[in-house]
Design a protein around this ligand. Structure first.
Ligand code: DGT
Ligand code: CA
Ligand code: CA
Ligand code: ZN
Length: 576
């Protein structure tokens, strides 16, 4: 049982208890513990197995500790199972709606007898929600906006979560000697932000042995379907994994087919047809009347080669630009993790981070980075203990000291300055001027109208001390819609003032999205990919941002922090 799964279980327990009307103190304890556990680096399961006393952990009381032990030992909680029996399944979808929450969901459920998202949508559209006690027109509107997000969240998980499952499954499958080749296909291989299900492809002469081994994966909750060479299983509440076993000489064809995207494959099929060929999951065939002769299929190079095409990196198989690029012989050389030299957005204990400057720098150096910027929050973000001018100046003295004590990495004096609701920045110009690196971002007033919020961001871009805008759309995947910001205007301003836009590598943020990345590339706006790490493990999230950048067709040159700090300084117009 992973920490993530324990945290999710506690969250769900809290939601369901709140829905049924339990004492709020207990709920808060569960939710706080869930947050703590999901941010922990040590595995709760290991601690339980060792017999450690979990209540020694900060934020974990006796009741939560007992639940953790039960979860690790039994794999489930009776209390949660009982609640899941009691509460209609469709209510779980309602609980996911941002801005609704369990308490309000209960009122709607009890008073309007609504239990599905469709019914809820109908009622909201008919204005019935705002008639309820304690509900305003604004709430109704928020619920309506949240329904779409909730519907998607119920079905798709973050790429990072799919990746964790895929890695554990890969490790499990590695013990099966009947496997010849194995690869994950589908949206996971393409690096999509969210993954609907995992598609595992295996080649073997003994499909039954492969399927038996697959069925022994400890995280499988139930089998959905099982055939001679195909099997679908459920992992956790709702996540599905499809296994397909094919002969070894069809590996390339099957991998190509099941990697998709569907749109990419449709174009490919058309191209094959035009040449008197046929392409499917078994191979590429020459068609001559009734006669079909197998031509290719062992690996992807063979498959694409049969159509005189290059092997497209999976991330760009979207039927957007890739065929045009291939025709021009100009497939972009996509950025890789190794190209990254610096990370320019991270937090320390001075605001809401969990590690010190020295700790973050040492960890970044270990990852091979040459420079980092310390960018804690500014004071407006009071929840995160943001810094005012004086605290920031004092922190920069600490940065000087850290630079003296650690060699081989440059630590920059930075700040993630809040773009205030009324416009303007949260740190004085006189202080900002002295920074090595200023990134500006919106944390409040994200619901302002298009014009207002666009102006706030564009004005920040124009500020002479600002070098970049962090998480420029503010969306949280599956949780929160982006600001209504006019990205075209933001990009134009960035191009005009030579400023950078951040691709935030956090797997829940990943804004810019791939379309924004393409747009930036076309408009000549440089991207900076940052982790926004709040602790040491957070620095490893860079790879999620790289995937997204690749989906947007970005090369090393298009990403500013592939440069040395000296080159970067030039780019942002700072004196050498
Ligand atoms: P997902 O799972 O919703 O995140 O997205 P995918 O792309 O992984 O979709 P999935 O799992 O339904 O199918 C995996 C791949 O298999 C898909 O990307 C392309 C291929 N595929 C599946 N069904 C069809 C189909 O009906 N036609 C074509 N051309 N390809 C298909
Ligand atoms: Ca899939
Ligand atoms: Ca699938
Ligand atoms: Zn940040």
């Amino acid at each position: 049982m992973t920490n993530q799964r324990i945290a999710q279980t506690l969250e769900q327990l809290a939601d369901l208890l709140e829905f049924t009307g339990t004492n709020p103190f207990r709920l808060r304890a569960y939710r706080n513990a869930a947050r703590k556990i999901s941010a922990m680096t040590d595995a709760i399961a290991t601690m339980v197995e060792r017999g450690d006393d979990l209540t020694k952990l900060d934020g974990i009381g006796k009741s939560v500790a007992e639940k953790c032990v039960t979860l690790v030992e039994d794999g489930k909680l009776q209390q949660l199972d009982d609640l899941l029996e009691e509460v209609p399944k469709s209510v779980l979808d309602m609980l996911r709606i941002p801005g609704l929450g369990p308490k309000r969901a209960a009122i709607i459920f009890n008073q309007l007898n609504i239990s599905t998202l469709d019914q809820l949508k109908e009622a909201a559209e008919a204005g019935k929600i705002q008639e309820l006690d304690g509900f305003a027109a604004k709430t109704e509107k928020a619920i309506l906006a949240g329904i779409a997000i909730a519907a998607a969240a119920g079905q798709r998980i973050y790429w990072s979560e799919a990746d964790a499952i895929a890695q554990r499954l890969r490790a499990h499958m590695a013990d099966c000697s009947a496997i010849q080749q194995m690869e994950f296909a589908g949206s996971y291989r393409r690096g999509k932000e969210t993954v609907g299900d995992l598609d595992l492809l295996v080649t073997s002469d003994e499909p039954s042995r492969v399927m038996e081994h697959f069925a022994e994966f400890s995280e499988i909750e139930s089998e959905i379907v099982s055939g001679d060479t195909k099997m679908s299983v459920r992992i956790g509440d709702a996540f599905q994994v499809d296994l397909r076993v094919v002969p070894d000489d069809a590996f390339g064809a099957a991998l190509q087919y099941f990697t998709g995207s569907k749109e990419h494959n449709v174009v490919l099929r058309g191209m094959a047809k035009n040449r008197g060929l046929k392409i499917n999951e078994w191979g590429v065939f020459k068609v001559d009347g009734e006669q079909e002769t197998w031509m290719a299929g062992r690996d992807e190079a063979e498959v694409y080669g049969a159509l005189d095409l290059p092997v497209f990196p999976p991330e760009i198989r979207q039927a957007r630009f890739e065929f045009q690029w291939a025709e021009q012989g100009a497939l972009p050389d996509l950025i890789t993790l190794d190209d990254i030299r610096g990370d320019l957005h991270m937090h320390t204990t001075a605001s809401d981070g969990q590690n010190s400057i020295d700790e973050m720098a040492a960890a970044a150096k270990k990852l091979g980075l040459k420079y980092i910027a310390i960018t804690d929050h500014s004071k407006r973000v009071s929840m995160a203990n943001g810094l005012d001018d004086d605290r920031l100046l004092a922190q920069w003295d600490d940065v000087d000291k850290a630079n003296d004590s650690i060699k081989g990495i440059t630590i920059l004096k930075g700040i993630e300055v809040d773009i205030l609701e009324k416009g303007g920045l949260d740190i004085s110009d006189a202080v900002l001027e002295q920074a090595d690196w200023v990134t500006a971002s919106v944390h409040y007033g994200g619901k302002q109208d298009r014009e207002t919020i666009t102006k706030r961001i564009v004005d920040a871009i124009a500020h002479p001390s600002v070098s970049a805008i962090s998480h420029p759309t503010g969306r949280l995947i599956n949780q929160r819609e982006p600001y209504e910001v006019d990205m075209q205007a933001v990009m134009m301003a960035a191009a005009k003032y030579g400023k950078l836009l951040e691709l935030n590598a956090h797997p829940v943020r990943l804004d810019l999205n791939e379309l924004h990345c393409s747009m930036a590339r076309e408009m000549g706006v440089s991207i900076v990919i940052n982790t926004d790490a709040h602790n040491i493990p957070g620095l490893q999230m860079m790879r999620f941002g790289i995937k997204q950048a690749r989906r947007g067709g970005l090369t090393k040159d298009a990403v500013a922090n592939t440069r040395t700090w000296a080159q970067m300084k030039k780019l942002i117009g700072k004196p050498a």
